[in-house]
Design a protein around this ligand. Structure first.
Ligand SMILES: C[S@@+](CC[C@H](N)C(=O)[O-])C[C@H]1O[C@@H](n2cnc3c(N)ncnc32)[C@H](O)[C@@H]1O
Length: 354
């Protein structure tokens, strides 16, 4: 077996020109997608991510390692496994995004951009090159400046088209949208909306916002401000899709940071990477997601609008990935759940109220 993802992560973090750990989490989750693409029957196909991550040998090795574990799990119980939870959340949010866009009210007389997609904390997301968007869709990717710069460089090196008006002939990865913009900014700073505007965002158009793996890195106040801002800048029929840990998950992570690093059974405690994740978390969503979102202009009261990621595995006929024992990132789960209640990782599909 080669490097596990945590060792690879530490190594790649040292080598990459990314300023902070939170930006780097985008590379970690993309490694899971890279590994999924190495399976025979992947839950989704992502040829661009392989090119983007090509320069990191450590991440490549970790992805092969992930794949190897999944193959063993499949061989032992003859059931397909996905590589990790991130793969599942991405596929689910992809599906809900396309569904949301298909049912979005748009004015058919408008020529040009009819609907917008804003990827908040987009990281190395590849939807713009991967999904079949309806015509008249503009995508805006919003992320911190270091990650945006990194992505721009990696996209150029991967021969990915970034200007939808350019001739696709010279590109290995053509865009599948009518316009694409990368917005380097800080979602915790009020100026981010002006930065979005100046890249061509049109206030009041139907918009799908996707915040995949983002909200827990924002302060609780920033999450609330963000939610009401999104409702204010978008038009009727807009949707908000996101993934988020619940409060119990958040509190368990913080509790783990206070625990002795060595457990009685000799299992090594939090890895440096998990410690950094736990330190970076700032927010956990209350279990009453609809009740939390309502006052900020978002409706998640419909049946199925809020799901735990564990409950969508079956929908795709795959088994949840179970990490081997030496990947002990959740070794205090039982104790934490006794203290704080069940951990959940929500996938949310909300509509703009009214
Ligand atoms: C776990 S990654 C998820 C990336 C991507 N959505 C995905 O699922 O692959 C979290 C992303 O949120 C971004 N992020 C965190 N805090 C941010 C902030 N204050 N402003 C802008 N982006 C932020 C990070 O830079 C990182 O790219």
């Amino acid at each position: 077996m080669e490097k596990n993802i945590f060792q690879a992560h530490e190594e790649a973090l040292e080598k990459n020109d990314i300023d902070n750990f939170v930006s780097f989490t985008a590379i970690t989750v993309s490694a899971g997608r890279l590994a999924e693409g190495m399976r025979d029957d992947p839950l989704y196909k992502d040829t661009l991510i392989a090119d983007i991550l090509k320069s990191s040998e450590a991440i490549q090795a970790a992805a092969r390692d992930f794949r190897e574990i999944v193959v063993k799990q499949q061989e032992s119980n003859k059931e397909a496994h996905v590589v990790n939870m991130v793969v599942q959340r991405t596929r689910y949010l992809d599906d809900k995004l396309l569904e949301g866009l298909a049912t979005m009210p748009t004015d058919n007389n408008v020529i040009g951009i009819k609907r917008q997609v804003v990827l908040l904390g987009s990281g190395l997301d590849t939807k713009a090159w991967r999904l079949d968007f309806p015509s008249g869709t503009a995508i805006f990717e919003v992320d911190q400046r270091d990650m945006s710069g990194f992505k721009q460089r990696r996209l150029a090196a991967s021969k990915a088209q970034m200007d939808a008006a350019s001739d696709v002939a010279g590109f290995k990865h053509p865009l599948k949208v009518d316009s694409w913009a990368l917005v380097g900014t800080d979602l915790m700073h009020p100026d981010w909306v002006a930065d979005l505007d100046s890249s061509g965002f049109q206030k009041g158009l139907p918009t799908a916002f996707v915040a995949e793996g983002l909200l827990y890195y924002l302060s609780p106040d920033a999450v609330k401000t963000l939610l009401s801002t999104l409702a204010a800048i978008s038009g009727p029929g807009s949707v908000l899709l996101f993934s988020c840990i619940n409060e119990a998950f958040y509190r368990g992570c913080k509790k783990d940071l206070t625990r002795n690093n060595e457990s009685a059974d000799g299992v090594v405690g939090l890895s440096a990477t998990i410690r950094r994740f736990n330190e970076a978390f700032q927010f956990g969503m209350p279990n009453n997601v609809a009740g939390f979102l309502g006052p900020f202009g978002w409706d998640a009261s419909a049946d199925g609008a809020v799901k735990d990621v564990k409950n969508v595995y079956k929908a795709y006929s795959v088994q949840e990935f179970s990490p081997p024992k030496d990947y002990t990132f959740d070794k205090n789960k039982e104790e934490n759940e006794k203290l704080f209640g069940p951990k959940q990782y929500f996938l949310v599909n909300a509509r703009r109220a009214n």
